[in-house]
Design a protein around this ligand. Sequence first.
Ligand code: UD1
Length: 355
Amino acid sequence: MRILSVVGARPQFVKLAPIATALHGKAEHLIAHTGQHYDELMSDVFFQDLGIPAPDFNLAVGSGSHGRQTGAMLAGLEEVLEQARPDWVLVYGDTNSTLAAAVAAVKMHIPVAHLEAGLRSFNRRMPEEHNRVLTDHAADLLLAPTEVAMAHLATEGLADRSVLVGDVMTDVLYLTRDAVNAKQEPLPDGLVTGGYYVSTIHRPDNTDDAGRLAAIVGQLSELDKPVLLLAHPRLRALAGEHGISLDQGALRSIAPLAYPQLINAVQNSAGVVTDSGGLQKEAFLLRVPCTTVRPETEWVETVELGWNTLVSADLSQLGAAVSRPAPAATDATPYGSGEAAHQVVAALLNGSARS
Ligand code: UD1
């Protein structure tokens, strides 16, 4: 069997890593990189650090408006699919690369499997929400990370195509955490365990409006401990445009970290403040309290278990939320125990596509 994985953005490289390992020796695995993320720190270091084989196809699509970026991927992927003729196209998560690959494949009658199916924010302003809903409804096999995701798929009439596999990011996180701890990786300059927060902000709803971004940055700069701000290129660019400094008060901005260094920074921090999906879950798995700067989350389990708090409309609540008392300990494993990639491979090898 030949499986073609299509990836393009940072979180997809993380998800691809355990799949590439689990597929090794079980099926022929080809990788197409759309080039949505292209900076060395947003792309190449993930392939190196996570031991992912080099892509077989690279479209180098780069940045652009949603339509331009997605359209360029669609055209490029059609040629890749023509050449590769896979038995399955495996798409990951909720980015423009995910949607482009799903659409390109279904138009060519090539079965599509969607990894991380069934997540919903129910926020129709988010490009990721359009991408995941459209991809789920186009795909033939829906690989869901949680019971909640399975329930969303059932509500949308997609139960017969859905399989609960667990969360592959959990697989990578546990392996990386163990490797980092065995090596005793140092923390970024001058930071001590429990003495700082880690922050990432990149979503359009938080970065594109100058007033909103200034308010978030202002709140972060007043937190009671140093804030290590891992600046996504989108944040860096828009802060520059709006004339907002990312190095004021408690704030200290640095370039995005490679994955092992990110895990190390988070597990030693006093808390995380983010609008990233993946980081909310990573904080929970490392049992670090998270404050999410969004009105809702797809990873509702982190909130229900008390490890994640949402702050959005009233940003003046941010400081109190971040320094709230520590959540109650839990041994809940809503994201599985680190074996999801094997479940994915089993589903692909056994699964018959919808006719
Ligand atoms: C994308 C995904 C989002 C995911 C995020 C993770 C979509 C709609 N969004 O958002 O789901 O959570 O990736 O990081 O697909 N840029 C660079 N260098 C890069 C990549 C991007 O400078 O390597 C800049 C570009 O100039 C662009 C901006 O960052 O203007 C945004 O990039 P884009 O790929 O459109 O979306 P993200 O905001 O990264």
